[in-house]
Design a protein around this ligand. Structure first.
Ligand code: NAD
Length: 551
């Protein structure tokens, strides 16, 4: 296969022996589509160095294995490398993926990245190595939900009209910020050091305009608010420099965050005084001095964020570990900034709600639009259907057409069964892959993000994602993954994911019924166990699972 220009096959003709294998084949290829991936030539999908396969030899062997895989066999992936095929059952997952696991005492950046450089492991981020990344839309919805929850909590409104949002980073995840702000009727200035990233977001219509002048950006922002527009402005520059310049001028944004890849101290953050090219050379020539300068800049940026917070802004850490890096750099009060999960998302996780998604394996956008319409017609949840309408209007597909929404316990099963019925009835051109981010209700232990400040202090307890993966496997997901280090970096998170294929068969219906009950159900149990009332109420009012503690 040509590794330079990978595109998933489209249509309804199988290249493999079954739709689960076919979905895995199409989705690993989709993860590396140049329209989807950050650096496809190096197999990097998103989030620093999150990869789809260990190397090109491993990728070719994965494709070859999926093509040969029988409908009662399971392929094992060990950190991006296919290592074995076992006879299991028809209802077992066709693929089991474990990425970047490392014994806890060894789980440091230095040791992990040394092992990675020696070709022994791979960083899979969350959906890169588990083959269900769908481009920037994936995080668009999460960012939309975060800002929307902020609007409700801070401003007691369902939008952010006349407010402005300052953030940084227009990479694979961060690129969603300007559009998510716009969908919440909010003006935004997003600082980005790399002009190519700005151009890409302008091309994909995730960003309206850009400038390299802070004065110009502020002028555009003021006009946007005055005229009731919700302009998104890319500002070419360094976040630490821009944030501090605003502090010097005493200009306080309404909302502040950052989505540079600060979790990765070696590659993810450009120190002040360097551009996207010169920083690489600096790093290679003098790695120790480089690190020192990165820490110095991060400390300055986070300090400015705390200043904004102390002067009335709503400031949140958006899951890139920037607070930890600032703390490591000597800023003792870095954690004065709250994480976005305890601040805004926890209430959703507690009811089993999280980033649910589906991908049209046909490659036909109409399949997604038909599912959109069916959801708008049949799902009685205005928040969800409002989002679907906005997504239909604003989202520009990358690679295979896909849709994401925050759906709760109960809703996910209803949507999954509805999609399977649509495939069965011939309403859609081909089967649909249904999955989710690892960043979800019961599938992650990450004390600096998803499980920060749990009510019972169970932030670092990592039994839940393992139980989640085991449960999804025995419930009959098409593939299941367990990763380490996604989002907040090595040593900081264990998380799991799954994909289930709706191919319109009776067997798929049963498996969807089991998986889409079990997966968010475990999230409800995890939060009930930690003492969240809304979760306990769901169990007591008749969930499709039992709990020995809440009857
Ligand atoms: P990325 O590497 O694709 O993009 C980071 C961007 O930041 C790049 O475009 C880079 O040029 C820019 N940048 C770096 N230093 C800068 C500086 N000093 N000033 C201005 N711009 C700078 O990473 P990504 O995939 O966008 O992820 C961003 C972060 O978000 C990561 O740490 C990732 O782990 C985390 N993340 C968060 C979520 C979530 O749901 N909140 C989900 C996944 C990942």
């Amino acid at each position: 296969m040509d590794h330079k220009n990978i595109h998933a096959p489209h249509g309804n003709i199988l290249n493999t022996k079954g739709w689960s294998q076919e979905a895995a084949l199409r989705l690993i290829m989709n993860n590396l589509d140049p329209m989807v991936a950050k650096d496809p030539e190096n197999l990097i999908v998103y989030g620093g160095k999150g990869k789809a396969a260990r190397n090109w030899e491993a990728f070719d062997k994965i494709i070859e294995s999926l093509k040969e895989l029988e409908n009662d066999e399971t392929l094992l992936i060990q950190s991006g490398k296919p290592v074995g095929i076992f006879r299991t059952t028809r209802e077992s997952p066709r693929v089991l993926i474990v990425n970047a696991q490392i014994v806890p005492r060894w789980a440091t950046d230095d040791i992990f990245w040394d092992l990675e450089a020696r070709g022994l492991t791979m960083f899979g981020q969350m959906t890169a190595g588990s083959w269900i990344y769908i481009g920037t839309q994936g995080v668009l919805q999460g960012t939309y939900e975060t800002l929307n929850a902020l609007a409700r909590k801070v401003y007691h409104s369902d939008n952010l009209e006349s407010k402005w949002f300052l953030s940084a980073g227009l990479g694979e995840m961060g690129g969603a910020q300007p559009l998510a702000a716009k969908m919440n009727r909010c003006t935004s200035i997003i600082v980005e050091i790399d002009i190519e990233k700005i151009r890409r977001r302008l091309r994909d219509k995730y960003l309206d305009t850009y400038t390299d002048s802070l004065d110009e950006a502020l002028k555009l922002k003021d006009e946007s608010i005055k005229n009731g527009k919700h302009l998104s402005i890319g500002l070419l520059g360094n976040a630490a420099t821009v944030y501090n310049e605003l502090v010097n001028r005493n200009i306080i944004p309404d909302i502040v965050s950052d989505q540079t890849a600060a979790h990765d101290i070696n590659l993810g953050y450009v120190p002040e005084g360097y551009d996207i090219k010169s920083f690489q050379k600096f790093r290679e020539d003098n790695p120790e001095e480089f690190k020192r300068r990165v820490y110095e800049s991060i400390v300055r940026e986070v300090n400015a964020m705390i200043y904004f917070k102390n002067h009335g802004a709503a400031v949140f850490d958006y899951g890139n570990d920037i607070r930890t890096r600032a703390l490591e750099g000597g800023l003792k009060n870095a954690f004065d900034i709250e994480g976005y999960v305890p601040a805004y998302i926890r209430d959703l996780f507690a009811i089993g709600s999280g980033p649910f998604r589906w991908v049209a394996l046909s490659g036909n956008p109409d399949d997604i639009y038909k599912i959109d319409d069916a959801i708008i017609k049949n799902i009685d949840d205005r928040h969800l259907t409002d989002w679907i309408k906005l997504a239909k209007r604003y989202v520009h597909f990358q690679g295979l057409p896909a849709r994401i929404c925050y759906a709760s316990y109960g809703e996910r099963e209803r949507i999954g069964l509805m999609i399977n019925d649509m495939v069965k009835n011939g309403d859609l051109e081909a089967p649909v892959a249904i999955g989710r981010d690892h960043h979800d209700t019961g599938s992650v232990a990450s004390p600096y993000r998803e499980t920060e400040a749990m009510k019972d202090g169970s932030d670092a307890i990592a039994d839940w994602p393992i139980l989640n993966a085991l449960l999804n496997a025995v419930s009959g997901a098409s593939w299941v993954s367990v990763h380490h280090g996604g989002g907040t970096g090595i040593g900081n998170a264990i998380h799991s994911g799954f994909v289930i294929v709706a191919d319109g068969t009776r067997e798929a219906e049963e498996r969807i019924r089991r998986v889409l009950n079990a997966d968010p159900g475990l999230g409800v149990i995890r939060h009930a166990d930690a003492g969240y009332e809304s979760s306990i109420n769901i169990i007591k009012s008749g969930a499709r699972f039992k709990s020995p503690y809440f009857k």
